[in-house]
Design a protein around this ligand. Structure first.
Ligand code: SF4
Ligand code: SF4
Length: 291
């Protein structure tokens, strides 16, 4: 089974549209994962059913047992995250949205008044789709453990159904911890970009990370006809970096129309769908995925 992550250096370049299109055009069912856990929306473009979720326990969180606390304030002095404050009534409290669960307050409290406990930071879910099982997640507001949640989504997916030709990941945007977690262990990355200044800047940063992981890279150029000059720049950049361009998608209003209807544009008779089909064929041929 080949593992392929569809990634983009910045959000809004059409990454999820490409991932959904690939899953639709695959002749065989795939194993699917939406690892854009801060804004998961692959499930919105695929027909999901039978969704089942489990809790995701993220960072630990501290709380003060007021029956033991003597109000010395030492914990507040040592908390690097300014999570502990003293109210007008003199009582020390911990703000769970600021607490990083480091445990320092429990170490310095001589009264043993600090209790550290696990807290739920989100959910990991599995849904059926016509194109294979989809694993996705929701991170609760204020939870900052998206890299670990990406790991959990991938782990659940790989435990579920390994007998498919490919594991297709809709990756998170950017270059942070969730991206590292998503790229780790993949065979190839499909970079999705568009001919804009910030997209190109972020593409270069993502390529640098992919090089460090030694993964094979392909590129899909979305909305290529919106700026021919910069599109040509991307082509030259790919030639220099030896990144194969597997698809060029024109600007197509049908993409927005499909998203509005909660569908993949791949199901429509439109230029973007045709380009996605060609891109998937080129990728599956290059990766030796049976079609
Ligand atoms: S260090 Fe312990 S006793 Fe002192 S304020 Fe904090 S929780 Fe209360
Ligand atoms: S666990 Fe760490 S971050 Fe949370 S309140 Fe204690 S010292 Fe602050």
């Amino acid at each position: 089974m080949k593992t392929i992550a569809v990634m983009s250096g910045k959000g809004g370049t059409g990454k999820t549209m490409v991932a959904a299109g690939f899953s639709v055009f695959s002749d065989e069912k795939l194993l699917l994962a939406d690892c854009d856990v801060d804004a998961a929306n692959l499930s919105l473009l695929l027909e999901t059913s039978n969704t089942e979720c489990r809790p995701f326990m993220g960072l630990e969180c501290a709380a003060i047992d007021q029956t033991k606390c003597v109000g010395c304030g030492i914990c507040q002095v040592y908390c690097r995250f300014s999570a502990i404050s003293q109210g007008d009534d003199g009582i020390f409290c911990i703000n769970p949205l600021k607490c990083e669960g480091c445990g320092v307050c429990s170490l310095v409290c001589r009264e043993g008044a600090v209790v550290i406990s696990e807290r739920q930071s989100g959910e990991v879910c599995r849904s059926d789709t016509p194109h294979g099982p989809l694993f996705h997640a929701e991170l609760f507001p204020g939870s900052g453990t998206s890299g670990r949640l990406v790991f959990e989504v991938k782990k659940d997916a790989l435990n579920d159904e390994p007998n498919v030709p490919a594991f297709l990941i809709d990756g998170p945007p950017g270059i942070g911890c969730p991206v590292i977690s998503a790229i780790s262990g993949v065979d190839a990355v499909v970079l999705v970009t568009e001919p804009g200044i910030s997209a190109l800047h972020d593409l270069r940063r993502l390529v640098t990370i992919c090089r460090q992981f030694g993964v094979q890279m392909f590129l899909v150029l979305n909305k290529a006809d919106l700026d021919e000059e910069r599109a040509e720049y991307v082509r030259r950049y790919c030639a220099d970096e030896k990144i194969e361009i597997i698809g060029t998608i024109p600007f197509d209003p049908a993409v927005i129309e499909a998203a509005r209807r909660g569908e993949s544009v791949a199901g429509m008779d439109t230029p973007a769908a045709e380009s996605l089909k060609k891109s998937w064929k080129a990728l599956s041929a290059a990766m030796g995925i049976s079609q």
